[in-house]
Design a binder for this molecule. Structure first.
Ligand SMILES: NC(=O)c1ccc[n+]([C@@H]2O[C@H](COP(=O)([O-])OP(=O)(O)OC[C@H]3O[C@@H](n4cnc5c(N)ncnc54)[C@H](OP(=O)(O)O)[C@@H]3O)[C@@H](O)[C@H]2O)c1
Length: 340
């Protein structure tokens, strides 16, 4: 395994990490013992980086139990900020929630520290200085080793770096961004910015959440578990691109999954890509692809199908800044909308 450094933290991580979202028993793999076997198999194969979140059902408990006795071999990442239950305070990036959320995650994981603690989504209601100041205290207390963000806009990444510098606070050291052959938008600003600021990146959705697995073909019903939940899984524009990628993968002699994984880790701004298997056969297939490297010819052909820096449709879970949700933020009052 060619370990990479997570930004400038000095922490060595494998180019593929294990995403634990589908180990939630309520909506992923219902058998925690099977998930534990998958976690052990991934570790035995050399993956040393695991990502979960407080909002992924009981995933933190499943991961924590599986890691007993092996905790020190793993760079353990989790997240806070997405709603956990219905209580209005149990979400966001306020100091009030962070100090509680970290204790909850430590308890569920059964560990005394988290290696990478990430803000799951930008919280427009909280000043980033407030968030950084609380996270800096967690770093000093030894509860977390590094801090990061997820789904950040480029402007939020820059602002957080400036605030940290101005106020003498800890800096975000990693960004967890969505990136795949179908969603290349982060090639424009987010990945280059991460490189510029010495941040690592952890990529989610390298398989397009199942679209880039060969299981989805235009005009056919597919068996993806989340097909009824996520609109982007049935977006015709994305399916048209999948139809062009299928023959390319076949000509390259690769399964679609391996083409999709290897594409993501070939970018110099990517530290590690999350593999999100739900079942053991899926994990076996993904592990069989860890040595795949794409040639320039294959990457050129992908560029010709999906131009660099472009997105084919949007992911349902993409963070949308307030002005996208709220018409009042992008419309002047009626009386001011004309020039005269
Ligand atoms: N930061 C964020 O906002 C965010 C958001 C989402 C995920 N994540 C992280 O990213 C990780 C990966 O999640 P993802 O859903 O985005 O990942 P993904 O790898 O793009 O998609 C995973 C899905 O693809 C299918 N699959 C996986 N391996 C397969 C294989 N070998 N053959 C056929 N199908 C396969 C499974 O679908 P079926 O279940 O339908 O079989 C699986 O649920 C998560 O565990 C989590 O850690 C982060």
């Amino acid at each position: 395994m060619q370990y990479r450094t997570l930004g400038r933290t000095g922490i060595k991580v494998s180019p593929y990490a294990l995403g634990a979202m589908m180990f939630a028993t309520s909506f992923g793999n219902p058998d925690p013992d099977d998930s534990a076997r998958m976690i052990h198999k991934a570790l035995d194969a050399g993956l040393n980086f695991i990502d979960t979140a407080d909002a992924y059902g009981d995933s933190e408990e499943v991961v924590g139990k599986a890691l007993r006795g092996r905790r020190d071999d793993v760079v353990l990442a989790t997240k806070f900020g997405r709603p956990v239950g219905d209580h209005p305070h149990h979400q966001g990036a306020s100091r009030r929630w962070i100090v509680t959320a970290v204790e909850n995650s430590l308890r569920r994981l059964g560990v005394d520290h988290i290696d990478l603690y990430q803000v799951h989504r930008t919280d427009p209601a909280t000043d980033v200085e407030e968030t950084l100041s609380a996270l800096t205290d967690l770093l000093r207390a030894g509860k977390v080793r590094a801090i990061g963000t997820s789904q950040s806009l480029a402007s939020d990444i820059v602002e957080a770096q400036w605030v940290a510098e101005r106020r003498g606070l800890a800096r975000f050291r990693a960004e967890q961004a969505a990136y795949s052959i179908l969603n290349r938008g982060v090639e424009r600003e987010v990945l280059p910015l991460a490189q510029r600021f010495g941040m690592g990146t952890l990529i989610w959705g390298p398989l397009g959440q199942g679209l880039l697995t060969g299981r989805v073909r235009k005009g056919e019903r597919n068996d993806l578990r989340r097909a009824h939940l996520l609109k982007h899984l049935t977006d015709e524009r994305r399916l048209d691109v999948v139809e062009q990628l299928v023959p390319l993968a076949a000509e390259a002699g690769l399964p679609m999954t391996h083409l999709a994984m290897a594409f993501v880790i070939a970018h110099p701004g990517v530290t590690s890509a999350l593999l999100g298997p739900r079942t053991m056969p899926q994990l076996d297939d993904l592990l069989a692809g860890v040595e795949v490297r794409l040639t320039d010819d294959v990457l050129d052909r992908i560029d010709a199908i999906v131009p660099p820096g472009t997105n084919i449709g949007a992911l349902d879970q993409n963070y949308q800044p307030p002005a996208v949700h709220d018409p009042g933020l992008r419309r002047r009052p009626l009386a001011e909308r004309a020039a005269a």
